[in-house]
Design a binder for this molecule. Structure first.
Ligand SMILES: [Zn+2]
Length: 241
């Protein structure tokens, strides 16, 4: 089988689609069960799924795996429990968080690799993330050649999901799903209480949307968003209040 990124016929790794560190905060102590909400048809059919190391698929050769893992290592250094990156600053403000001094290239390429992997994955959990050949090819080239593109290109807004009392909704992960707004396809990933909302179109999204994407000067604003706006009252009433 050919590597999905470099297209060379090489032995393939068992690649993560969503990097394991993104799941970490919801691994229960003592076992590796996690709360997983399947979003098929927006019904949010709640279920448990036992995972040892997240979802994997034979996708990338060793070299491409290592290339993508550089971006993951950077993001772990910024957000992980043992933060090693001290350049990045976090400024809590009313209604959100302003992150400064991010490495635009590494952070954006991490985001692009997540979106691209999900689109090329054949796992059922990613069935709603299908960008089509043109966008998949463009993303593959960007990730392969280390080109992050402009902020509006495949821009990703990041939101912190909160309950009505403003507490973090951090025990929550959904199968990624898509929606459409202003003529733009949006691909949504809810991972440990953060919503990563990718915007995919051939034209630039509205300016205020672009302001919520990571900027070339390394600024990313993470606004709070009520959980109710994302998953609906049915789910919240069932499990997550
Ligand atoms: Zn490869």
């Amino acid at each position: 089988m050919a590597c999905a990124l470099c297209l060379k016929e090489l032995p393939l790794c068992a690649s993560h689609i969503i990097p394991e560190f993104m799941y970490k905060s919801i691994y229960a102590p003592g076992n590796h069960r996690l709360s997983w909400i399947h979003s098929k048809d927006d019904l949010f059919d709640y279920r448990h799924k036992t995972l040892q190391k997240g979802l994997r698929e034979a996708l990338l050769c060793r070299g491409c795996e290592d290339q993508i893992s550089q971006y993951e290592t950077y993001v772990v250094g910024v957000f992980g429990r043992q933060r090693v990156n001290r350049q990045v600053t976090f400024d809590q403000q009313a209604g959100g968080l302003v992150i400064q001094n991010l490495n635009y290239q590494k952070f954006k390429l991490f985001e692009l690799s997540l979106l691209w992997r999900s689109s090329v994955s054949s796992l059922i959990d990613f069935e709603q993330i299908k960008l089509g050949k043109r966008h998949e090819d463009r993303l593959r080239q960007m990730v392969l050649t280390g080109q992050p593109g402009e902020p509006h290109e495949y821009g990703c807004g990041i939101f912190r999901l909160v309950y009505a009392n403003q507490a973090d909704a951090d025990g929550l992960i959904c199968s990624p799903y898509r929606t459409r707004s202003e003529g733009i396809w949006q691909y949504l990933f809810v991972i440990t209480g953060l919503l990563w909302m990718f915007n995919v179109s051939s034209h630039s999204p509205p300016r205020d949307w672009v302001a919520s994407f990571v900027q070339r000067d390394g600024v990313q604003v993470v606004w709070n968003m009520p959980l109710l706006d994302v998953v609906g009252p049915k789910l919240i009433g069932k499990k997550f209040t």
